[in-house]
Design a protein around this ligand. Structure first.
Ligand code: GDP
Length: 416
């Protein structure tokens, strides 16, 4: 994209292809003669500088920094809640940071009665002068409890609350400085020990698939042989299709991309669900090369080795190639869907009166919360205008009466 813009021939004043000056660039400055304009163009090596436009955007974006909100979810490895799926380990490995320093892990017995909570952690990562504000939304307790019915509801509510907040901010006065807390992506961890998605996984994914970009991952993939991994991937892909669960769809690769990029893109798409291994340990492979990995008696599983797992593909996709697309899909499709249903519910007959609005706002989180503030403001404005109109009408009537009265008085005096 950048490359294409800087080399496009039509951006030159004197197009190399045609040898003719471009139409829009023939304009002269006030008072400048055609000859002077031509001379200055020739001196300028026939280059205006549009090619530098991307640099302006680049500088502006770098100055502003980037933000990204990532959610991690997924039940325990075993249905008894004995061990996590390696979510925190993977996140630390992905971003090379310790986001879970302050984490308190409950005992296995306490986990059985634990309910789901939502925890938000933030970290600012800087790399090569580029700042990224990463917010991690964790869902500890998901699937740990013996009774898991509706345990995903707080997650749905949380995602919707962020949409609602954004909608309010967008309709408010300070639109320029909106803090975007919407969840841009949900990494959903699937146990490597099951035979695909469990009913709890299906229920969770169904509840959120139209509200957030889902990227499924097979956790602790070092527990599986390569053949088993492929079989589990296929089973999960089939289940997702059968259950009509929409996961994040990679955009099609542009036809003018280079072959290397196209190959990487195809590889990435085929890897879904990504089979990942996480580790916070750096081990020495044969005593020489330090690598992030998990050491076993039979050898070392290297986290960043594409022959061992899909960790690199996941990181490349999440950070290098698709972060912006995930944000755009969140804004253009998922948030727009939410906004449209909000507007629809406002337009429904009866939805505008206060009674039905307060009834709607008490409805469960899975239904659409209404943006009360903008509507209230609009109603207040309408009431004020109505009042103004009524006063003007009264004044007009008074003036008409006075005019009529003076007219009759005039007629009477004429008659006398
Ligand atoms: P969380 O509760 O889902 O955040 O899980 P943790 O990251 O705390 O990991 C739980 C346990 O699994 C820890 O003992 C980790 O060392 C281990 N673990 C994490 N990732 C992996 C992995 O990829 N493979 C294996 N075999 N174990 C892992």
């Amino acid at each position: 994209m950048w490359k294409a813009l800087t080399t496009r021939p039509e951006l030159r004043l004197n197009s190399e292809a045609t040898g003719k000056p471009l139409k829009g660039l023939e304009q002269r400055k006030w008072g400048e003669t055609a000859g002077a304009a031509t001379a200055s163009r020739t001196m300028d090596k026939e280059y205006v500088g549009f090619a530098a436009l991307p640099n302006q955007l680049h500088r502006k974006s770098v100055k502003k920094g980037f933000d990204f909100t990532l959610m991690v979810a997924g039940g325990p490895v075993l249905s008894t809640g004995e061990s996590g799926l390696g979510k925190s380990t993977l996140i630390n490995s992905l971003f090379l940071t310790n986001l879970y320093e302050d984490r308190h892990l409950p005992e296995a017995s306490a986990r059985l009665t634990q309910t789901l909570t939502i925890e938000r952690r933030g970290v600012e990562i800087e790399e090569g002068g580029i700042k990224v504000k990463l917010t991690l939304v964790d869902t500890p307790g998901f699937g740990d409890s013996v009774d898991c019915s509706d345990c995903w509801l707080p997650v749905v509510r949380f995602i919707e609350e962020q949409f609602e907040q954004y909608l309010r901010d967008e309709s408010g006065l300070n639109r320029k400085n909106i803090q975007d807390s919407r969840v841009h992506c949900c990494l959903y961890f699937i146990s490597p020990f099951g035979r695909g998605l469990r009913p709890l996984d299906v229920a969770f994914l169904r509840a959120v698939h139209e509200k957030v970009n889902i990227i499924p991952v097979i956790a602790k993939a070092d527990a599986l042989m390569p053949k088993e991994t492929q079989a589990l991937k296929q089973r999960i892909r089939d289940q997702l299709k059968e259950e009509e669960i929409n996961i994040y769809q990679f955009p099609d690769c542009d036809s003018d991309e280079d072959e290397d990029f196209k190959r990487q893109d195809a590889e990435m798409k085929e890897s879904i669900p990504f089979a990942v291994v996480g580790s916070c340990e750096v081990v020495r492979d044969g005593g020489t090369r330090p690598v992030r990995g998990r050491r076993y008696s039979w050898g070392t599983v290297e986290v960043e080795n594409p022959h061992h797992c899909d960790f690199l593909n996941l990181r490349r996709m999440l950070v290098q190639t698709h972060l912006q697309d995930l944000k755009e899909v969140t804004h253009d499709i998922l948030y727009e869907g939410y906004r449209a249903s909000c507007l629809q519910s406002l337009a429904r007959p009866g939805a505008r009166d206060r009674a039905s609005r307060s009834k709607l706002s008490r409805q469960s989180a899975t239904e659409i919360p209404l943006p009360m503030l903008p509507l209230a403001e609009t109603e207040k404005l309408i009431r004020e205008k109505d009042e103004e109109l009524r006063r003007m009408q009264e004044m007009l009537e008074k003036m008409q009466a006075q005019m009529q009265q003076s007219q009759t008085q005039g007629e009477q005096s004429d008659a006398l």
